[in-house]
Design a protein around this ligand. Structure first.
Ligand code: PGA
Length: 262
């Protein structure tokens, strides 16, 4: 079964509104709307979501957030719920990013609650997992992934696996310039798929898109996406430039940039 590639920009806490809008204009000018055989998502800061959703109304580019709360409404000062994200035009949301785990003490239990809430609201969640450098050195990668997948995904219905994605993001590769080798990504992602197959059945595991994230650059895309269990990429630093992100999303593509105005 062929899964449609999913390529996701994670802008983190970058870009003023004007820069976000300029990025979209440039990405569309380069031809992003013509890439029909893959899904492209921009996970922008909350401050830019509404304005971006307005300009992306007639676009193939999808909009996402970088976090969401585990309740749909309530007394949670400063937080944003999945329903509110949907309301401003988001269809995707990143959950359990390692920066949230590290700086905001998010646990696998919390990730599971957020995943449930995001799915209930009708969003496509992207759940991040990945081992730290010292865990890989101590040969604990599989144990860590097994726990993050087991606890973080919880008791989903098998059909829900097709609505979400998992991003394998080894912490040692995030923002470091050290990308996992394609065979390392494949090995970990095959293991993740096998954990999912054990818990939800082989069919659900085949429907799940598993992305690689961690210092992805345009030149890595062809070799990463050639791996059978790598279904796309979650891109931080290299997603901040429209030119670089265009080179990332147009991997394998016969399309050349169009220079007409949009
Ligand atoms: P990076 O970030 O591409 O800058 O390593 C990836 C991520 O944190 O999602």
């Amino acid at each position: 079964m062929k899964r449609q590639p999913l390529i996701v920009a994670n802008w983190k806490m970058h870009k003023q509104l004007k820069e976000a809008l300029e990025f979209v204009r440039e990405l569309r000018r380069l031809g992003a709307d013509q890439l029909r055989d893959r899904t492209v998502v921009l996970c922008a800061p909350a401050t830019a979501l509404l304005a971006l959703s307005e300009v992306l109304k007639d676009s193939a580019i999808r909009l996402g957030a970088q976090n969401a709360h585990w309740e749909q409404a309530g007394a949670f000062t400063g937080e944003i719920s999945p329903t509110q994200l949907l309301d401003v035009g988001c269809s995707y949301v990143i959950l359990g990013h390692s920066e949230r785990r590290e700086h905001f003490a998010e646990t696998d239990d919390r990730v599971r609650q957020k995943l449930r809430a995001a799915l209930c609201a009708g969003l496509h969640p992207i759940v991040c997992v990945g081992e730290r450098g010292e865990e890989r050195e101590a040969q604990r990668t599989h144990r860590v992934l097994e726990r993050q997948i087991g606890v973080g995904l919880g008791d989903l219905a098998p059909t829900e696996l097709g609505k979400m994605a998992v991003a394998y993001e080894p912490v040692w590769a995030i923002g470091t310039g050290v990308t996992a080798r394609p065979d390392q990504a494949q090995q970990a992602q095959q293991f993740i798929r096998s954990c999912v197959a054990k818990a939800y059945g082989p069919e659900a595991a085949q429907a799940l898109r598993i992305l690689y994230g961690g210092s992805v650059q345009p030149d890595h895309m062809d070799s990463l996406l050639a791996q059978p269990d790598v279904d796309g990429a979650l891109v931080g630093g290299a997603s901040l430039s429209a030119q670089d992100f265009w080179r990332i999303i147009s991997f394998h593509s016969q399309l050349t940039p169009t220079h007409g105005s949009v």
